[in-house]
Every structure is written in C-alpha cells, then in structure tokens.
Design a protein around this ligand. Structure first.
Ligand code: BGC
Length: 365
C-alpha cells in the first residue's frame, strides 16, 4: 500500500507523472525527453525509475520495465555470451565487444553504438539486478535466464576497466561501479540461489576494501585520494554494504564536506567540467537518502526542501543546478554542443520519490 503522500505532495505527483509519461510502450524509460542525447533508455537511470515507481505504488510501471530489460537482454544474449567467452580466455574486453549501457527504447542497439557513446559501463547491470530483487519476489524461467545471462557476464567482467556511471574514465576500475556490481551479484544470488554469484559479490567487496578505501572512506578509483558522490550508493539502493557500515558513514561525511553546496546540491566530484560541474539534483537526494537511513532527519528535510525549491514552475527537475559551478567557462561549450542541461531528468524525479519514501519509512512525514 503506497502512502497518501505520493498522491498529495505536488512534486511527488508530478515526478510520478514525468516518469510514467516517458515510459515507452515497450517498458523502457527514456532518460530525458527534451535532451537529444538522452533520448535513450539507460539501465542505470531506468532501474532507479523502476524502484521509484515501485515505492510510489505504480507496480505496473515497474513490471513493464523489468519485462523490457528481460526481453532486451535475451534478444542480445549472444553479446553477453560472446563477451563472457572472451573474458574466460583471460583477455580484456574492448568496448566494441561489451554489452552497452543504453539502448533504443525498443531494445535495439544503437547503430555504431560504441563509437557514438562511451557505452561500456557495467554498473547499470548491477543496479538492474539489485532493483529486480527488491521489487519482485517470484521469477519466471525467462526472468531467471536473463538474470543468469547478466550475472554470468558480470562475474567475469567486474575487474575489466570500463566507463563509470558518469560515462568517463574508460581506462579505470571505479569504486562506485564495483559497489553496484557487488550489490547486483549478491541480488543475483538471492534471486537464483547460485552460490558463485554470492562468492563473486564477496570477492568484489574484499577487492574494494583492499584497493578502494583510504583514510577510512571509499575512493573514486585507485590513485585518487578523493570521493565521488556516487559512492554514496553502496547501501541504498545497492545493498552492497549495510547503511551503518563505518566506511560508508565516513564516505558520506566526506561527500558532504567536499561536494555538498551550502544550502543544497551535490557535485559529482571535484574537477568536474560537464556543464561547468554544478550541483546534481539526484546526488543531493542520493546523499540524503543514505544519511536518512542512518537517522539524519536534518539532511532529509534540507534535501526535500532544496529539491522543491529548484523545481521549475512546472515542477520539472533538471539534471544540474548551475548556480554554483566549478568551471563556469565550461557551461557555454556544452550548451553550444547539446543545448541547455537536461530537464526534466527522470532520474532526478525518481530520486525525489525514493527520498520521500525514506521519510515515510522513518515515520518523519
Ligand atoms: C550521466 C549518466 C546518465 C546519463 C543519462 C549522463 O550525463 O553522466 O549517469 O546515465 O546522463 O541520464
């Protein structure tokens, strides 16, 4: 039973509407309808939207998304099994040989998909399985086959460098990618009971703890001493770690200190230049969601208030708020290239619903 709040809070009502209206008949969610480059279906953005529709009480939308992912994975099963075969020989996967991060809404691959977009990103596959596990309790044979197809590929590919969730750094292994994969493989075990998935999740966590922890917090990638805000997703939604894990708690503190703007908004990482590197709406919510899971009511209230403030007069939420950017001279080059920053961004709206739900769960609203 979904809470009344989802039907009475204006930004929640609008957020659900934006997500549903931009779900294709196929079940795919487009990342943003008004931004040419985002008129595709990402597993990462989509999985967050599916979790959001689930908590907000539109389980039909959630089911349709999972059905689309299952169809899409099985339609391209050969891509996964060929990639796994290459990895089994001990070779690294090149971007052309890897399943993509985004698809057309009908589940087709983009033509020339790896030369037009940094498409080799593993995290979304982990996020999808983690969300599938949290939103469904019984699985058909086809659904199990799709989960196994993805998980069999992930247990071989997690140490392969790939682009991160910001579609950058394709030559590196990224902390937040590994967290998504640990959570996804743990969930693949929950769904299929196949112990090799649980063992791989455990190995990934050990690898993270040996290579991606410094001064008690997770780091963006080996060689960096810094955090990336996406590391906050270790617990929610991926459940790679418990919410009260000390390394995660320390990571949340550093994200707040280094990347949160006074008054609201969270940057992806220091030195970000995409549209100037401003304050991401979805990251404000991601940080607050994980802080709220540890009882931080103030973080929750501040984030909800800030998100309501930055919604435009139609209540649309953008990807970034550009009031306090790191490199102002980089706004124009991106605007000249792709137009103004994406709005509405479905993932931003999904995060508002997920954060609100955490407040409901804590009986704060
Ligand atoms: C972000 C990705 C996101 C994509 C679509 C990119 O700019 O870096 O995380 O999946 O936009 O929203």
């Amino acid at each position: 039973m979904s809470s009344q709040i989802f039907q009475s809070d204006p930004l929640a009502v609008h957020s659900l509407k934006v997500i549903i209206e931009n779900q294709n008949v196929s079940g795919a969610y487009v990342a943003s309808p008004n931004f040419q480059q985002y008129r595709y279906a990402w597993l990462r953005d989509g999985a967050f939207c599916a979790l959001a529709t689930h908590v907000a009480g539109d389980s039909q939308s959630t089911l349709k998304f999972h059905a689309w992912v299952v169809d899409t994975v099985l339609k391209h099963k050969k891509l996964f099994t060929d990639a796994s075969a290459i990895l089994e020989t001990g070779h690294q996967l090149s971007p052309e040989q890897s399943p993509p991060t985004r698809f057309h809404e009908n589940g087709n691959l983009e033509e020339d998909h790896h030369s037009v977009w940094p498409n080799f990103q593993l995290d979304g596959y982990g996020t999808w399985i983690a969300v599938f596990n949290q939103t469904q309790s019984q699985y058909t044979d086809r659904e199990l086959e799709a989960v196994r197809t993805v998980a069999d590929f992930l247990i071989l590919s997690w140490k392969n460098p790939c682009y991160d969730c910001w579609e950058e750094g394709g030559d590196k292994i990224h902390g937040s990618t590994l967290l998504a994969l640990a959570g996804g493989l743990q969930s693949a075990f929950d769904i299929t009971k196949e112990v090799s998935y649980r063992d791989s999740a455990e190995k990934i966590r050990e690898y993270i703890e040996s290579n991606f922890v410094m001064d008690g917090h997770f780091i963006k990638h080996p060689g960096s001493t810094r955090v990336d805000s996406s590391l906050a997703w270790a617990a929610l939604p991926h459940h790679a770690y418990e919410s009260d894990n000390p390394i995660l708690i320390e990571t949340l503190k550093i994200i707040k200190a280094d990347l949160q703007t006074q008054g609201g908004g969270v940057k992806r990482y220091l030195g970000d230049t995409y549209y100037g590197g401003g304050d991401w709406v979805l990251l404000e919510a991601l940080l607050a969601w994980n802080q709220a899971a540890n009882g931080d009511l103030e973080a929750f209230e501040n984030a909800i208030a800030w998100m309501r403030r930055v919604a435009d007069t139609n209540l649309d939420l953008p990807e970034q708020v550009l009031n306090n950017v790191q490199t102002p001279e980089m706004i124009k080059p991106w605007e000249d290239r792709w137009g103004t920053n994406a709005k509405p961004l479905l993932w931003s709206h999904a995060m508002y619903l997920l954060l609100l739900n955490e407040g409901i769960r804590n009986q704060w609203i």
